[in-house]
Design a protein around this ligand. Structure first.
Ligand SMILES: Cc1ncc(C[n+]2csc(CCOP(=O)(O)OP(=O)(O)O)c2C)c(N)n1
Length: 295
């Protein structure tokens, strides 16, 4: 039997940045990936309207996972790369054509688990790219396995008696490694996510935005939430916006506080300019990061 799918008319202010013909998307009701993606696309449109960026410069790179599926819906040049490798791919994009601006959009498992080594060294190098990490506390696409971000004690399909490990505070780690811009928001703050993208996208060096999200169908069900709203409200209680004076004040603790806010906002030369200080390549004059750093 063939199922007739009604042809729907989608109208939304970011439609021109979406492959609307591929909608509806695969994400579950209540998932926070759409909120994050929309905030990113709104920021792209706002920056483009001001003439700061051109969407043709952007390369939208994702890894594997629910979050990684975003590249199928976004109407930008880009790539859906192997698990854990979007940062490695983004390096290649930037080094092959320094005029381009790579944006990595992926999950916590992809970026901090299997891809953790790339993340560390990109931050250490202050490599010129924007990374947006949707942290939904687990490996959602494959059914809810333990991720480096899963709270201590939490059920996952690979820790059925509770997670014995300590979770990784990815934003704090990236900040400690010297990234130019680090912010963490939760999906309760879509305008803040958008403002962070507006600030971080036209910027040199490594920029990292973590968005703590709910995953109602997989992680939420596993830890006992009966509805997306219950999970949303619980996360809202623990996610607190602060201005930490030192990295030690940033918390990532599901039972106490997940600190949100802008943790680093500086403008040091990124990797590409460091290369240009040593080798005076022709492309050095055309680095978009050089123009942005003068603004
Ligand atoms: C090399 C390799 N190992 C394992 C997998 C299976 N796999 C697919 S998605 C995924 C986890 C993704 O988790 P995360 O990045 O947190 O994304 P989410 O689905 O939660 O958005 C895994 C382990 C794979 N595709 N490739």
């Amino acid at each position: 039997m063939t199922v007739q799918v009604p042809k729907l008319e989608y109208r939304h202010r970011v439609d021109d940045l979406l492959r609307t013909e591929r909608l509806p998307h695969v994400w579950c009701p209540g998932c926070g990936i759409g909120i994050t993606l929309q905030a990113f696309l709104r920021a792209v449109k706002a920056l483009e309207a001001k003439g700061v960026i051109d969407r043709k410069q952007l390369v939208f790179v994702t890894g594997i996972g629910c979050t990684g599926r975003a590249s199928g819906y976004v109407r930008l040049d880009g790539a859906h790369t192997p698990h854990g490798r979007p940062i490695a791919y983004a390096y290649g994009v930037k080094l092959a054509n320094p005029k381009l601006v790579p944006v990595v959009f992926s999950g916590d498992g992809d970026l901090a688990g299997i891809g953790g080594n790339h993340l560390l060294h990109a931050a250490r190098r202050n490599f010129d790219m924007l990374v947006i990490m949707v942290n939904n506390f687990n490996y959602a696409l494959t059914g809810g396995q333990l991720a480096p971000t899963t709270p201590h004690g939490a059920y996952s399909t690979t820790t059925p008696k509770g997670n014995p490990e300590r979770p990784m505070d990815v934003a704090r780690l990236v900040a400690a490694l010297g990234a130019n811009y680090v912010a963490r928001w939760s999906i309760h703050y879509p305008v803040h996510i958008e403002e962070s993208v507006k600030r971080a996208l036209p910027r040199r060096g490594f920029r990292f935005i973590e968005v703590v999200s709910i995953c109602p169908e997989i992680f939420g069900r596993h830890i006992g939430f009966r509805s997306p709203v219950d999970f949303y409200e619980r996360l809202r209680k623990v996610a607190k916006v602060r201005k930490p004076k030192a990295l030690e004040e940033i918390k990532y603790d599901w039972e106490d506080e997940i600190t949100l806010g802008v943790f680093v906002d500086k403008d040091e030369p990124g990797y590409m300019e460091s290369i240009c200080q040593v080798y005076n390549y022709d492309w050095c004059k055309e680095l978009p990061e050089r123009r942005w750093s003068k603004q």
